[in-house]
Design a protein around this ligand. Sequence first.
Ligand SMILES: [Zn+2]
Length: 410
Amino acid sequence: MQGDKITDVGANVAIPSGAQVIDLGDATLSPGFIDAHTHLTGDYSGNYNERRLKGLENNVSDEAYECIPRARATIEAGFTTVRDVGSRITNVHDFLDVSLRNAINRGLVEGPRMLVATHGIGATGGHFDPFAGFRDMLFGREPDWTDGIADGPEGIRKAVRYEVKNGADVIKAAVSGGVLSLKDEVDTPQFTAEEMKALVDESHRLRKKVAVHCHGDQAAREAIAAGVDSIEHGSFLKPETLTLMKSKGTYLTPTLLAAEYIMPRVKTYPPAVQAKAQAAFDARSEMFRNALKIGVKISFGTDAAVFPHGENAKEFKLMTDLGMSPIDALKSATASDAELLGVSQKLGTVEKGKLADVIAMPGDPTQDITGTERVSFVMKEGKIIRNGPATPLPAKTAARDVLEEMGADF
Ligand SMILES: [Zn+2]
């Protein structure tokens, strides 16, 4: 490679004189991994209520500094690109994800290339409503489109325009309820078909793809019909809905790791969340197997922030345990995600002319997929980020405190 690009690939490539040779020994090279569903500006992996209180106490600048080790942990784990699908600080309009993306692009912070969604768009009282669960008017107002909360087709168009104006690369919306929110049912639709049509139409006019948070089947059917680019989570999707996805070419981002992390700790979440988490977890394995059978396009996305940042690669084993072939799982995090993100011209494969995002892991991940969890070399755009042991995380992070208290096997 030269500069930030790959100039040639192969077993018999002539090494130009004066080139730096990096011998990685018995390792497998891969294009840098892509995670299509992260939240680098959040960390909900510790105690739910403690985190909720911290979100009200922290200054925006506190939150910003906390992003730095998260971004580093993510890239050191081999994830050189992320689609970061939602960032919101209660009752504050800062665009933390845009600033983090820009700081990484300027080389101020080490981290993955980010495609960001800013606030994400949702309905009043829905999964994204930041005031739901608090006393009415506690914050002196109802959230509005400047917070990503919009109702009616025109309101949603305005929210899309506002997010693009402020730096969104991709549009995220919550079209069904969610697990970690307090006032919505996990599978109810939250937008009408007209609202979804407006969401997709306005986003696509502005050449932004649309990723929708969706557990429920009805909401998914309407969102797929409206032309969204990916369904995130998809826990309760029925085979007929998955068949519709297959025919429309809609991606499924299953985020298996999120529920996997929550379930052993489910008793530490509020009761309303416990029941929703259980229901989503019980449904998702069958849904994922059906999606494989039907041949739905699968993207790799984890929901990092629900679990500690940097553990993203654990998703691979969950995918293969449910029947995906290791090579398809590896492709989901490389070539498939590059296509979903619209960056396949420059990323997703190790190929002449593409950006030099290259990682290495020991052994053969098609024989032992957990090799993906032991990435030891990371290069992004020709720059070596890591060659050997990972940088230790700061002594105290919220996630670690709680994990230590609970013990590793809780
Ligand atoms: Zn998420």
